[in-house]
Design a protein around this ligand. Structure first.
Ligand code: AKG
Length: 286
């Protein structure tokens, strides 16, 4: 069992987020980043008529063993267990990449808004920096204690510079209340699904790379679809509320790609519900 610093957990419970948790060493982080960049080089032309970016942004753990394995890391799970208990599933794994000088941002939002899971406390995001993620490179910022609020009204913008699926945003946030959460390579932040957060442009000379893993418990239900898909990573699931899947057979295995498409279609009904267009990463027929 790795060393756990309980003060991070206490901060999360009080404020809805915490940051600066050391997870991967410098050399481990460098090697994860190299593996990601090797995939970018190898699959420049895409896979199965989709861009690699699609798999990096949505459900990469279905088809990329590296991402599934990272989400199973006991160094991360030891923290998640303190928040969610001993039975843990992964709902989503995503990479948030901002190129140097790019105008990509993430607007103010609460994660749970379109996920169909209601306002649960049993979902948490682990976000791990795979490069230096500071104010200059566009780290996340959070509004402390906002996880105690209800889900607020979001407006879809479909802004091309917004990394979110619908460019959804909450307007009227008092940014003076926000706390920046810089992370050194290999460090992790944790945030609650209702905690208000956003991030700015990457004005640095390096890429800004973050790995976001969404963990849930067997008790969480998709209230819209009835069921959703998740990968069991610790303990057991005897609740029957999730379609459990085992993780990828190999890199972009055809059977996993078929499954990926099936799930994308299934999830897009909930994740894009009520949107007046679906041109982005949840476009089910791509
Ligand atoms: O990478 C970012 O800047 C934002 C990520 C985010 O919104 C999330 O992980 O929930």
């Amino acid at each position: 069992m790795s060393l756990i610093n309980k003060s991070f957990i206490n901060k999360y419970k009080k404020e809805g987020f915490c940051y600066g948790i050391p997870i991967f060493s410098k050399s481990e982080t460098k090697s994860i980043r190299s593996e990601i960049e090797a995939l970018e080089k190898k699959f420049q032309k895409g896979i199965s008529k989709k861009k690699l970016e699609q798999f990096f942004r949505v459900n990469g753990h279905f088809v990329i063993p590296l991402l599934a394995n990272l989400s199973r890391s006991s160094k991360i799970l030891d923290y998640i267990e303190l928040l969610l208990g001993s039975n843990i599933l992964v709902w989503s794994v995503e990479l948030f990449i901002k190129e140097p000088g790019s105008s990509k941002i993430v607007s103010w939002h609460q994660d749970l808004t379109y996920w169909g899971m209601g306002e649960t406390d049993k979902e948490v995001t682990a976000w791990i920096a795979l490069s230096n993620v500071n104010i200059e490179s566009g780290c996340m910022r959070f509004i402390p204690e906002s996880h105690n609020k209800k889900i607020l009204k979001h407006k879809d913008t479909f802004d091309k510079d917004n990394l979110l699926s619908r460019g959804q945003e909450i307007r009227g946030i008092n940014e003076e209340d926000a706390i920046y959460a810089p992370l050194k390579p290999g460090e992790m932040s944790l945030h609650h699904g209702k905690c208000l957060h956003a991030s700015g442009m990457n004005n640095s000379n390096d890429r800004r790379i973050g790995l976001a893993i969404r963990y849930v418990t067997p008790d969480v239900r998709n209230k819209e679809n009835g069921h959703d898909f998740a990968m069991l990573v610790r303990g057991f699931d005897d609740r029957g509320g999730w379609f459990n899947f085992a993780g990828p057979r190999g890199l972009f295995n055809q059977k996993d790609l078929n499954f990926y498409n099936y799930v994308l279609k299934y999830q897009s009904k909930v994740l894009m519900a009520g949107a007046n267009k679906n041109e982005g990463m949840y476009k089910a027929d791509i």
